[in-house]
Design a protein around this ligand. Structure first.
Ligand SMILES: Nc1ncnc2c1ncn2[C@@H]1O[C@H](COP(=O)(O)OP(=O)(O)OP(=O)(O)O)[C@@H](O)[C@H]1O
Length: 258
């Protein structure tokens, strides 16, 4: 997306999935998924509802166990049937996640929502965490809201706090699962702007979204998932303008009509 940005294709990938399979009972939701993400790369995952996009993201963060294959995140292995406690903990602290729902703590101020994890998990002093929170809230454009509580903020502002909170842990990788789908249309832009900035700064990102315009603009690579399989992947130009697979074409003609 950005010519100045460096994707470190020669470095070890930050994320690597090898032949990952996941079932929910009879339902096979990830089928032999192979996927690597290089440092600095922005990968956008698209596909119809129920195709397995969220499950893929949640497996990378260790939120869902999987049945076979292997997932490596920044050199730590998540094994099938749940990782060992240590690598799971390490992955969770190195990966930032932003969900559809903001999940802020309602009884904590915006500042305390952002500083809680670095203080508890990293052992930062209140002062150090507050300085970081100020910088991050400034970065997502809501430094004037630090003393407020989540219920006093709009959905778009709350989602930007959720982004600042994830960044406070200094993640190597950011995962987004439909971060704008719970927002009113007029608030979507402000969250996408914050994500755009992050991408420009070289953050490695995996993003599940239904915002196709944003996907085209921000992605280094677009991955189309159908029925738990990666059916097609490539640059946004390749996938959006010249899709090779019939199912990608059918999906895009459905979503781009609206
Ligand atoms: N905890 C669960 N238990 C049983 N089935 C589940 C569970 N979570 C997801 N599924 C099923 O797995 C399939 C894939 O779900 P997933 O949420 O990954 O799809 P998705 O592509 O992210 O969909 P959407 O765009 O609607 O969010 C769906 O059929 C869903 O109903």
């Amino acid at each position: 997306m950005n010519d100045d940005k460096q994707i470190q294709r020669d470095a070890p990938p930050i994320v690597r999935l090898d032949k990952v399979n996941k079932h929910f009972g009879e339902l096979h939701v990830m089928r032999d998924i192979d996927l690597s993400v290089a440092p600095g790369e922005v990968v956008v995952i698209i596909g119809a509802s129920g195709s397995g996009k969220s499950t893929l993201i949640r497996c990378v963060n260790g939120l869902e166990p999987f049945q076979s294959g292997r997932i490596e995140v920044d050199g730590k292995t998540l094994a099938p049937h749940g990782a060992s406690g240590k690598s799971l903990q390490a992955v969770r602290t190195e990966v930032g996640m932003v969900f559809q729902q903001f999940n802020l703590f309602p009884h904590l101020s915006i500042r305390d929502n952002v500083t809680l994890a670095p203080r508890k998990v990293r052992g930062w002093s209140r002062r150090q965490a507050n300085t970081t929170a100020e910088r991050l809230l400034e970065r997502v454009g809501i430094s004037d809201q630090a003393d407020k509580y989540p219920s006093q903020l709009s959905g778009g502002q709350q989602q930007r706090v959720a982004l600042a909170r994830a960044l406070a842990m200094e993640p190597r990788l950011m995962l987004f699962d439909e971060p704008t789908s719970a927002l009113d249309p007029e608030m979507i832009g402000e969250v996408l702007d914050a994500m755009r900035e992050l991408a420009k700064d070289g953050m490695t990102m995996m993003i599940v979204t239904h915002e196709m315009g944003f996907a085209r603009e921000v992605a280094d690579r677009v991955v189309f998932v159908h029925g738990g399989e990666i059916v097609e992947q490539g640059t946004p130009e390749a996938v959006f303008d010249d899709p090779q697979n019939e199912r990608t074409r059918a999906f895009l003609s459905r979503v781009l009509k609206h």
